[in-house]
Design a protein around this ligand. Structure first.
Ligand code: CA
Length: 706
């Protein structure tokens, strides 16, 4: 637990790693009455959001015949996280920058493309210009845009029908919010949240009339400034339940609690469930004077969908301090536990425990660790509270603490799936820790990463620490038995960060991975049955659908999002290079071939000499963490579309500040930091990068030893 004297001050990566959607009747017909069982009509396919399809044409006996049917090239090299929606023979996808596309689901022909032009807004996204998809209903396609707009498109033409700005202008800085999650349609309303807690935000979820875009209700997840009210449906529960759990001057940073992914609806109980995010800032000591549970952070909250009225909540991580969101996907199931039938919801949030709640009442039925959890030994089922390890509260001990899971979570947004046939939940798990150390105080500045935890990204870690940390990182596909509350099987994967999961009636589990494969496993025992070289890492979840009796598997391939922040080590393996982003669609006896992959475009290390004083490098490290890290990666190791600055030819260029301050590369997406960083700041950042490049050049070569 203790990080000893080593300079493990890398914390604050918090939240950089920071969306979801189904029913056992297998038809998903409850809501609309028109959906075909062969479709994938909503984010999680049915209201239960199990990401299970009963389709079984592709099965254990013929999986070896699965081949590429066709593919669609996507326009960017940014991360792809979306769940495709398939209705009435048309696939609707959202790629990076919220670019929406309708594609003939049989032929792969693109029918229309809509680009909301959000490139300007992408710089304020914590984790890349990603989108987790669209909702399709009533002849319209709904997409949330990075710049906060909710847009309704005509499903036939892709032309906008209405759009509305969802960002909260009354609780600045609104500029810090982004939408990356997929909208959900519930009873004629579009439900949407947003992200931004890493930059100072106050979380909320809103409902808009599906036909007109008029706002129906809004629910804030955390209280505003004491003595103030919002005039919204959340006022009462915030005052009666949440307010007394907050201390200090939390409102200065917004408090957090953004609802950036998980939103599910149970039509039978008429309850809407939202997963609430981490605190802002992450450091509970700064946010709430180190006291209080801070409701409704890191909680599942049940609301009435017509009005947004509060019904119940369950908080998974009281006094959240490690970016432990409860925004991870929620799955419904009807299962028998302890001799009784329960309507449950299941979630594997970031904090490393697998939770089962009675979804009518919010009562905790089970909570078990699915990865290494050093912040808490277990969850007390009587009180529903974690039994914590006091050393994990780094801001109280004033000692850096290496905490498992990391702020990326033991499980993040990549959807898990549940097969009612095997009774197992399939979870993409990453087992890794992160050192946390508190900051005394933090600047209140818009657009700046404000976690209150020290983030040095690498300069403060020595090479041995870095190598050891990387070695310890492990990724698994975990099959969890929710009834027996134990692991059924566990498949160790080549990469730490991997894709969402699909389970099918063919007895197969499909998952893309960080080692650029789409893979198929036997749902019962995890045996690898089949794989396909996608030429890029996959983080998005696969779906399946059928047309005229032919079953297809579809997945958005494209490495990116939050994962490269810590997953930079994969960038050193050419096989995991970014690019080649595509929608890939497979069928039995598919004969299509991808073009030969482009070679690795990594520049060699060629930095100027490392001559700056240590104090300047340290200052550059700190500034890098605040301003550069969220795009260019921890330790300046980039595996995303943005340049790896350790290899940048501009390091040797005295015009470096023309790029950073004057915006010389703004047309290529590098924003200007004029008025934010001065010449001395830029010189320090450059010195830090030169230091990193020299150190890594020495450490990483020859690459065969990595
Ligand atoms: Ca976060």
């Amino acid at each position: 637990m203790k990080v000893a004297v080593k300079s493990w001050l890398l914390a604050g990566f918090a939240g950089m790693l920071s969306a979801c959607g189904g029913n056992g009747d297998t038809a998903g017909q409850k809501e609309t009455g028109v959906v075909q069982s062969a479709d994938w009509p909503t984010h999680g396919r049915t209201p239960e959001a199990q990401r299970f399809s009963p389709l079984s044409s592709i099965n254990l006996s013929n999986i070896n015949r699965l081949g590429l049917a066709w593919s669609v090239d996507l326009e960017t090299n940014a991360g792809q996280e979306a769940t495709p929606i398939m209705r009435d023979g048309i696939l609707y996808i959202a790629s990076a920058y919220n670019i929406v596309r309708a594609v003939d689901a049989r032929s792969g022909k693109t029918l229309w493309v809509y680009d909301p032009d959000v490139r300007e807004a992408s710089a304020r996204s914590c984790c890349g210009p990603v989108s987790r998809g669209v909702a399709v209903e009533n002849g319209r396609v709904f997409v949330g845009a990075l710049d906060g707009r909710l847009i309704a498109l005509d499903a036939k033409t892709g032309k906008p029908v209405w759009e509305v700005q969802t960002l909260d202008q009354d609780h600045p800085p609104a500029v810090n919010y982004t939408i990356t999650g997929a909208p959900r349609i519930v009873k004629g309303k579009v439900i949407i949240g947003n992200g931004g807690a890493e930059f100072g935000a106050r979380g909320y979820v809103s409902a808009y009339d599906m036909a007109t875009g008029k706002r129906v209700w809004r629910f804030y997840t955390v209280p505003g400034k004491p003595g103030t009210q919002d005039g919204e449906i959340s006022d009462q529960p915030l005052k009666d339940i949440a307010a007394s759990t907050w201390h200090g001057e939390y409102w200065r940073w917004g408090g957090g609690g953004t609802v950036w992914d998980s939103i599910e609806y149970d039509p039978e109980l008429d309850l809407l469930y939202i997963g609430v995010g981490n605190g802002s800032p992450t450091n509970h000591g700064i946010r709430s004077a180190g006291k209080g549970d801070n409701l409704f952070l890191s909680s599942i909250v049940a609301l009435k969908p017509d009005t947004g009225k509060y019904v119940w909540h369950y908080q998974e991580t009281p006094g959240e301090a490690w970016d432990y969101t409860a925004t991870q996907p929620i799955i419904f199931a009807d299962i028998e536990m302890n001799g009784a039938k329960h309507k449950v919801l299941m979630q594997a949030p970031k904090n490393g425990f697998f939770y089962i709640l009675d979804r009518a009442t919010g009562k905790l039925l089970a909570a078990d660790p699915i990865a290494r959890t050093t912040w808490a030994s277990h969850i007390d089922l009587k009180t529903g509270r974690p039994v914590e390890n006091p050393e994990a509260r780094y801001y109280l001990t004033n000692q850096p603490a290496l905490v498992f899971p990391s702020s990326g979570g033991a499980h993040n947004w990549q959807p898990m799936s549940y097969s009612p046939e095997t009774g197992l939940v399939y979870i993409p798990v990453q087992d890794m820790g992160l050192p946390f150390a508190g900051e005394a105080d933090i600047a209140r500045q818009a657009g700046v990463y404000n976690s209150g935890t020290i983030m040095t990204g690498g300069a403060a870690m020595n090479d041995a620490d870095l190598k050891e940390a990387m070695k310890q990182m492990k990724g698994y596909l975990l099959a969890w038995d929710p009834v027996r509350r134990k692991v059924a099987w566990r498949k160790e994967l080549a990469a730490t960060f991997n894709g969402g999961v699909l389970a099918t009636g063919g007895g197969i589990v499909f998952q893309g991975n960080g080692a650029r494969k789409l893979a198929a496993y036997n749902a019962k025992d995890g045996t690898l049955l089949w794989s396909f070289d996608a030429q890029t890492g996959i983080v998005a979840p696969p779906i399946t659908y059928a047309i005229d009796g032919v079953q297809y598997i579809a997945v958005m391939a494209g490495w990116g999002g939050a994962w490269p922040m810590l997953g930079g080590q994969f960038a050193e393996q050419p096989a995991n290079g970014v690019g080649n982003n595509r929608l890939l669609v497979f069928k039995l006896d598919g004969k299509a071939r991808l073009p030969a992959p482009e070679g690795s475009a990594y520049l060699p290390f060629d930095p100027p000499a490392d001559t700056a004083p240590a104090a300047v490098v340290a200052r550059g490290d700190s500034l890098y963490g605040q301003y550069c890290l969220r795009c260019h990666g921890i330790g300046a190791v980039s595996a995303s579309m943005v340049p790896d600055l350790r290899r940048s030819g501009y390091l040797a260029d005295s015009n470096f500040d023309q790029i950073v301050v004057d915006g010389a590369l703004s047309s290529m997406g590098m924003p200007s930091f004029k008025g934010v960083l001065d010449a001395r700041d830029v010189a320090a950042i450059r010195a830090y990068l030169i230091h990193r490049a020299n150190r890594d050049k020495a450490m990483m070569l020859p690459s065969s030893q990595r």
